[in-house]
Design a protein around this ligand. Structure first.
Ligand SMILES: *Cc1c(COP(=O)(O)O)cnc(C)c1O
Length: 393
């Protein structure tokens, strides 16, 4: 290098080649592309995920470690990381659907996913049939020759209905239709949908996987190689790949995922029970309570019931707004799955574009409040909630 001039030497930086040791933490490969000695190896790496890394839009070594870690947690053969949860979901939709195709999806969907299905219907000639999340017969009745997949969510937002994964997947399997499951609310610590017959599992890794409210990200995990390769080829062209630093933060988050889930679920058990007993609370929506529609199914399917619950206050929307603005520890904010407890009102935020009739069908009232329980000391959380439930005290 020393025979080169300084303005070339600063461009071609020295390479560190450690011998006899490797880093404990996965390195962040913050590079757009990769350097080759052999043009044939370069050419061979194009268009496939199992050869040399070529370009950041296709693959990246830090992102690959994340993909292998989540594929392993979910019991899949491979995974594709994306820049957001919606990036992962839309990549699958666009890779698998053509005009004239039909999709079956559960009624209660994450708002962004429901909105994209409406777009596909309105502008791309995709037909969608909505079914209850726990009704295999409704799936059997909805199947057509042009049905491309069934779309479910393990635990739905914000009323926390639990999908009958074994029952719904069995019917789809008989009909030869792949099942896509959004497992964001459960995380692979509480549920591994592939074990129940799912073909693709998707996550907004923004939530529990990354777990610290510091990145947006998504990932899809595949039960078989054929579907993986089909979606990967589309992913490489679509351009929703994650930045390596976001992949690294997600990996760092995943290292404490089991610890965090244990704390989220321990805290929510205590809080949901206390809300259910409080005289200012009309109803608590959480599958861990015997009053919830999914309680029996959830008890069979899940060891714990996630970290999110919703509730209605006596006094409706005004009471809900007073509650939210009285909080001092819990934060008024979107999203979930981070270490902080976050509170929001679905009817005016995540579900604001949903019609009143559809809100009512989903059981969401104007005053329904959703709490994503964090990992704080549960008594500090309860003190905060108790004072906000009795604002006159
Ligand atoms: C947040 C979320 C998404 C979308 O993920 P983004 O990372 O926000 O794009 C999809 N599904 C569920 C269940 C979510 O909670």
């Amino acid at each position: 290098m020393t025979d080169l001039r300084p303005d070339t030497r600063v461009v071609h930086l020295p390479k560190v080649q450690p011998e006899g040791s490797t880093p404990i933490s996965t390195p962040i490969y913050q590079t757009s592309g990769f350097v080759f000695d052999d043009p044939a190896v370069f050419a061979d790496g194009m268009g496939r995920p199992d050869a040399a890394f070529v370009y950041g839009r296709y693959s990246n070594p830090t992102t690959r470690v994340l993909e292998e870690a989540v594929a392993d947690l979910e019991g899949g053969v491979a995974a594709i990381a994306a820049s957001t949860g919606m990036g992962a979901i839309n990549t699958i939709f666009l890779a698998l659907l053509s005009p004239g195709d039909h999709v079956i999806a559960q009624h209660s969907l994450y708002g962004g996913t429901g909105h994209m299905l409406e777009e596909l219907e309105a502008r791309f000639k995709i037909d969608v049939t909505y079914v209850p999340e726990d009704d295999p017969d409704a799936v059997r009745a909805a199947v057509r020759p042009e049905t491309k997949f069934l779309y479910l969510e393990t635990i739905a937002n914000p009323m926390t209905q639990v999908a009958d994964l074994p029952g719904m997947c069995a019917v789809a399997r008989e009909a030869g239709i792949p099942v896509i499951v959004d497992n964001t609310f459960a995380s692979p610590i509480l549920c591994r949908p592939i074990e129940h017959g799912a073909s693709i599992v998707v996550h907004s890794s923004t939530k529990y996987l990354a777990g610290h409210a510091d990145i947006v990200g998504g990932i899809s995990v595949f039960a078989d190689q054929e579907l993986y390769l089909k979606v990967w080829k589309f992913h490489a062209g679509l351009g929703a790949a994650p930045d390596p630093f976001a992949s690294w933060l997600t990996l760092r988050g995943i290292q404490t995922l089991p610890l965090r889930m244990a704390r989220h679920t321990e805290n929510i058990r205590i809080l949901a029970a206390r809300f259910a007993e409080h005289p200012a609370v009309e109803a608590v929506h959480w599958p861990g309570l015997p009053t919830h529609k999914s309680h029996a199914l959830a008890t069979k399917l899940l060891p714990e019931f996630g970290g999110v619950f919703s509730f209605d206050l006596v006094g409706g929307r005004e009471a809900g707004e007073r509650f939210m603005s009285s909080l001092k520890v819990a934060l008024l904010a979107p999203s979930l799955g981070g270490v902080e407890t976050l509170v929001m009102q679905p009817s005016t935020t995540s579900h604001r574009s949903v019609s009143d009739a559809a809100l009512e069908a989903a059981g969401i009232r104007p005053g329904t409040v959703r709490i994503a329980v964090g990992i704080e000391n549960v008594e500090d959380l309860w003190d905060d909630f108790a004072q906000a439930l009795n604002p006159s005290d």
